[in-house]
Ligand binder design. Structure first.
Ligand code: SF4
Length: 279
């Protein structure tokens, strides 16, 4: 009888202790995802009010012990590919879907991001992971930097996706939700860099603030921003709060229901971009 420890609601990175690498069953990946956390100090350049990272601080990741990261990656890939990890610790028919950069902060902020990608490329060859997707889950803010572009170019011949965060595009909304000042121009520049480099999906987190739904105006601004990219973006993931925010908020955040997300997705249909919802 398998021990069903990993589920879509259990993302405790300490279940299987490791510093950089952790397995999770991800609803958005549709199976087992091997996560890479480059932000072991819980530091991000954004401070989203819904962020699930405990003790989040503003800043950059600390230097990475690349040997340790490689050892952990080898251990987990061996467990998943050659041993019985999936049978023992996940529900039956759970498949290994991706290796994703989805840590406790923005991964591309790491100065060793390229070195980590080099290790990853070695492991993809060693374990023959042709069907596995490398996913970069990012707030996009370093995407047009030459260092990020150089690092991602190492994945040119490898299955890869960028999941680029855009929750809102109106300045006040971004300031309130992501707690950063973003210019439309910088988001354009970064999104275009992502699209030119990798298949790119937009990830959009929506929720009620003090019982109020996202405003019609903010949805219209979002649609107008994405309109020029509608044939270039591969999809939109509309999701709500899977787990409670770990941040201290004056406002009360509430998850959107499936039908509330469907109504918003319906408004976005004018974009003709495939939309998936994850209530
Ligand atoms: S970008 Fe991601 S890690 Fe950073 S604060 Fe927002 S949700 Fe948290």
């Amino acid at each position: 009888m398998p021990i069903e420890i990993l589920t879509i609601t259990n993302h405790d990175r300490n279940i299987f202790k490791g510093k950089y690498i952790y397995p999770v069953v991800s609803r958005r990946a549709g199976g087992l995802s091997l996560g890479i956390n480059l932000n072991t100090n819980n530091a991000c350049n954004w401070q989203c009010i819904y962020c699930e990272v405990p003790n989040l601080v503003r800043g950059k990741p600390v230097p990475i012990d690349l040997d340790e990261l490689e050892r952990e990656l080898d251990y987990w890939l061996d467990q998943i590919v050659n041993k019985s990890f999936l049978n023992q610790y996940t529900k039956s028919k759970t498949e290994f879907k991706d290796i994703s950069f989805s840590g406790n902060g923005e991964p591309t902020a790491s100065e060793q991001f390229k070195e980590v990608i080099k290790i990853l490329v070695k492991k993809i060859k060693k374990y023959n992971l042709n069907k596995i997707i490398i996913r970069l889950i990012t707030n996009g803010s370093y995407m047009s930097n030459i260092e990020t572009q150089n690092a991602l170019s190492l994945l040119d011949t490898i299955n890869r996706e960028v999941w680029f965060k855009i929750d809102q595009m109106n300045k006040d909304g971004v300031k309130k939700i992501n707690q950063v000042n973003l210019s439309t121009l910088s988001v354009k520049r970064n999104l275009e860099a992502a699209i030119s480099n990798s298949p790119t999906f937009i990830q959009t987190c929506l929720f009620k603030i003090n019982k109020e739904l996202p405003s019609l105006e903010s949805i219209e601004i979002y649609i107008n921003f994405l309109m020029p990219y509608r044939s270039k973006v591969k999809g939109i993931h509309l999701y709500s709060l899977a787990r409670p925010s770990e941040q201290i908020n004056e406002s009360k955040l509430t998850r959107l229901t499936k039908s509330e997300l469907e109504i918003i997705a319906d408004k976005m249909k004018v974009l003709s971009i495939p939309i998936q919802i994850f209530p």
